[in-house]
Design a protein around this ligand. Structure first.
Ligand code: COA
Length: 388
């Protein structure tokens, strides 16, 4: 018998180039906000899962979950680090969900953190490259922009997706980020500006890429049956699913889909008893603009080859057909890799509570988050609803 699980508190540290904050300060900013939101004291927390991808490479700091627990004043509770590349946050959330659902713990904090801007761009590129196959990809000079550029090229070849359609993803996500005080960028873009930004890996330009970011996010989980003791608007996690695929892009069945996403999504829809049409708001993993287009198709929101046109037609803007990446996504809000999956859950909660301010999706009832590790070797999908 598994128990229903709810999110009772959320917190975020502003994403961006946070020169004056270390890992500890970022974790405290997000974690203490989440505890306050849940009306909890540090002593009430029973377990912590901390997502981070490469704190050792970026900051020389390992043992991050215990550090997070220490920083948040938790007393001797178990604290476990979860590393699953850019899906570390989503995977940590899933572990938290499992531990509450299976009646092991009642109050669980899930945190995600990364501080990436203290190293040079080239060092960051090498650290991030570890999310792929080090020997077969990174060692041969294939960086993450290059992996996603190959997927983009193939998608353009097979479906006629255009560079302007890719640029439209960036324009929309920067527009959404304008309304988010936690976002790294508050800069409105045009398609022309994206098209003219410097080439990173053909066809992906600087403004097709998510940035190098610092940031942290935290959520507090509890069994639904006691959630209202802490918070008037608990948000129920109605599905949690995850899948894996080959680390090496060259060994995939095709380059235009992320199979782990489709598998995780199918399981999640089944568990939640919903279909893609029921989703009002989705935070998807747009590490590069092509990734948002593939996610829209792999999550079943659009048929293969249709997503680029839909973005161009404005169907994915806030309060249109389906509101995608209302936070600004990884592109506009930023992508501190270990924090991203948890931040997506925070945005889903704000949207379902009706607390998303200027970027609120009217009548949002069902939200989905989608967090990818590497070029698609891990995908984690969660679905949320307001608890009745
Ligand atoms: N989007 C928008 N603006 C960006 C940006 C991005 N992705 N990356 C950098 N900038 C801005 C900077 O803020 C800076 O602006 P300023 O001159 O006004 O201060 C300017 O562009 C130059 O920044 P710089 O740090 O010199 O850029 P860079 O060339 O070293 O790095 C990328 C740019 C695209 C290579 C880097 O952001 C990157 O590697 N992104 C991908 C990250 C990634 O792979 N994540 C994992 C995904 S799976």
């Amino acid at each position: 018998m598994s128990r229903d699980v709810a999110i009772i508190g959320v917190g975020l540290a502003k994403f961006g180039e946070r020169w004056n904050a270390g890992l500890k300060e970022l974790m405290a900013e997000a974690g203490l906000q989440a505890l306050e939101d849940a009306n909890l004291k540090s002593d009430d927390v029973e377990m912590l899962y901390g997502g981070t991808m490469a704190s050792g490479r970026f900051m020389g700091q390992e043992h991050v979950a215990a550090l997070m627990s220490d920083q948040l004043g938790f007393k001797n509770i178990p604290a476990v680090r979860i590393e699953n590349a850019c899906a570390s946050g989503g995977s940590a959330l899933r572990q938290g969900y499992i531990s509450v659902a299976s009646d092991i713990h009642d109050i669980v904090v899930v945190g995600g953190v990364e501080k990436m801007t203290d190293v040079t761009s080239s060092e960051a590129t090498t650290a991030l490259g570890g999310a792929g196959d080090q020997e077969w990809e990174l060692f041969q000079g294939i960086t993450f922009p290059a992996l996603y550029a190959m997927m983009a090229k193939r998608h353009m070849y097979e479906y006629g997706t255009t560079e302007e359609q890719l640029a439209a993803v960036s324009v929309k996500n920067h527009e959404n980020a304008m309304k988010n005080k936690y976002a790294q960028f508050h800069k409105r873009l045009t398609i022309d500006e994206v098209m003219k930004s410097k080439m990173v890996s053909d066809p992906l330009k600087l403004l097709d890429c998510s940035p190098i970011s610092d940031g942290a996010a935290a959520v507090v989980l509890a069994p639904l049956e006691i959630a209202r003791k802490y918070n008037d608007t608990p948000i129920k996690i109605v599905a949690s699913a995850q899948a894996s695929d080959t680390l090496r892009l060259a060994e995939r069945d095709n380059l235009t889909s992320i199979k782990a996403t489709s598998i995780a999504a199918e399981k999640a829809y089944k568990q939640a008893g919903v279909t893609p049409k029921d989703i009002n708001v989705a935070e998807v993993h747009d590490c590069f603009t092509i990734a948002e287009i593939m996610a829209m198709e792999d999550l079943g929101f659009y048929k293969k080859g249709e997503a680029g046109k839909a973005v161009m037609n404005g169907e994915t803007a806030i309060n249109s057909k389906i509101s995608i990446n209302t936070s600004g996504g990884l592109k506009g809000c930023g992508h501190p890799v270990g924090a991203t999956g948890v931040k997506q859950a925070v945005e889903a909660v704000w949207q379902l509570r009706g607390d998303a301010g200027e970027r609120q999706v009217n009548g949002a009832e069902v939200a989905l988050t989608h967090n990818v590790g590497g070029s698609g070797a891990t995908a984690v999908v969660h679905i949320y609803k307001r608890a009745n």
